[in-house]
Design a protein around this ligand. Structure first.
Ligand code: DOR
Length: 456
């Protein structure tokens, strides 16, 4: 009899080959056997998964956990607790904290803060700006670094790189895939008067209009072609950008968020007020339809939550002083499972967008699929479970979700991080044992930059 730390028995496992009725054995945090294991393997702990689907752990490559400096909104403990309760096993945290994450010491402070407090695995982005541009090739390869994040348009916090000369310098210093918030700062400034005059939240997506997003995306795509750098365009929100990005898949990966796939303007503002205020904004139905089409067409690589909490009091300030951002890490998977049940995408495609996609795009070691030798990060879901999302369930320090009261079909039941059960029967259990993610690309091992395809 062989011995494992954990056996997952009798579930429908979403493997790279499709759904299979197999058992999983994990030892020392890794998957050591797959197949019919009962009778051949014993284990310290067994999890019976009959009736459940076993997915590779969900990786959310865009969260704002606000630590250090803004921990009244969120912190690493509560943020990662929400993550695992929602079936997320790894997160990439954003650099617009106080202080900004610009230097090695800022990154190290975050890694230290996450030790023994993070419930899931984690990595931290370094912010790309004029002040650190020339050091980015060293910074992006530090252990625990997810890569470089650039804000081309200001959203929340002081991190901004909007001039071509600065962007060029950032692109030239480093080789990993760089994450971009693409809204054009000059156009945003020019148009802010629209909402300052009216104070009308219904004009949020008129201020930060389609052209603001498209212009920035066009600029950064051209600069990427020039420099040969690979990019990841975060939270793409318009039909026009999707059309553009479909021509650059040799270099550019694409993220969409659950809120852009689920909420529609202007109805969301009437229902939720500034809780629906987000950058880039939630837009009209024609854009949402285009995002779904881009998922079907394979243009979208990743679903990330852009979990960006602010307190209810902050949100209650009159628009446009009310800050943009909403929670999302805990609701990412329930919302998307509900979309699976509504027939909008398959479970296999969802797994591609939430596990295999981020692992592939960012080169995460040992994650993103259920396969021998990979980390035993597993999200066990009941596709038939009906639940109602409520503010009470939300672990975030901000304590609210735009989906309060929304009925969902499909729910995460157990969450396993490197063989440790951290959520069992929907309840937190065990200890916060999250570790820093490791990435494939080292300075020695970076693949050659792809050449532009002919005719582009
Ligand atoms: O609405 C937003 N808020 N969008 C972002 O990209 C950043 C964020 C924040 O940090 O609050």
């Amino acid at each position: 009899m062989k011995h494992a730390d954990l056996l997952i028995l009798g579930g429908t496992v979403i493997t790279p080959n499709g759904p299979e009725q197999i058992d999983i054995a994990s030892r020392d945090g890794r998957i050591v056997a797959l197949g019919a294991l009962q009778g051949e393997w014993s284990a310290d702990t067994s999890l019976y998964a009959r009736g459940l689907h076993v997915l590779p752990g969900v990786i959310d490559s865009q969260v704002h956990f606000r630590e250090p400096g803004l921990t009244h909104k969120e912190d690493l403990e509560a943020g990662t607790r929400g993550a695992v309760l929602g079936g997320v096993t790894a997160v990439f945290d954003m650099p617009n904290t106080h202080p900004l994450t610009l230097w090695e010491a800022d990154l190290q402070a975050k890694l230290d803060a996450a030790q023994h407090r993070a419930w899931c695995d984690y990595a931290f982005y370094i912010g790309g700006s004029a002040v650190n541009a020339e050091q980015l090739q060293n910074l992006e390869n530090l252990p625990g670094c997810a890569g470089v994040k650039v804000f081309m348009g200001s959203s929340f916090g002081d991190l901004l790189a909007d001039e071509d000369a600065v962007l060029r310098k950032i692109l030239q210093h480093g080789r990993r895939r760089m994450a971009i918030h693409a809204e054009d700062e000059t156009r945003l400034r020019e148009r802010k008067a629209i909402v300052e005059a009216s104070g009308n939240l219904l004009q949020h997506h008129e201020w930060r209009d389609v052209e603001s997003a498209l212009k920035a995306t066009r600029r950064i795509v051209a600069l990427a072609e020039e420099s040969g750098r690979r990019l990841h365009i975060l939270h793409v929100s318009t039909a026009e950008e999707m059309q553009l990005l479909a021509r650059y898949k040799h270099r550019i990966s694409v993220e969409v968020t659950p809120h852009h796939l689920t909420l529609i303007a202007p109805d969301c503002y009437a229902r939720l007020g500034s809780l629906a205020q987000m950058n880039p904004p939630v837009r009209e139905k024609r854009h949402q339809d285009a995002l779904w089409q881009a998922i079907r067409d394979g243009v979208v690589d990743v679903i990330g939550s852009d979990h960006a909490p602010h307190t209810r009091e902050e949100k209650a300030q009159p628009y446009p002083q009310s800050p943009s951002g909403m929670t999302g890490v805990q609701t990412l998977l329930p919302i998307m499972l509900d979309h699976v049940n509504a027939g909008r995408l398959s479970l296999q495609r969802l797994v591609d967008l939430t596990s295999a996609g981020p692992a592939r795009v960012f080169g995460i070691q040992g994650k993103g699929r259920i396969a021998l030798g990979y980390d035993a990060d597993l999200t066990l879901v009941d596709l038939a479970a009906r639940r109602t999302i409520s503010n009470d369930w939300i672990a975030s320090r901000s304590g609210w979700t735009p989906y309060d009261g929304k009925a969902i079909t499909g729910w995460p039941i157990h969450t396993v991080v490197r063989g440790q059960i951290v959520v069992r029967d929907e309840q937190l259990t065990g200890t916060a044992g999250g570790q820093a993610l490791r990435f494939l690309e080292t300075p020695e091992g970076i693949p050659a930059q792809p050449e532009p395809l002919p005719g582009r």
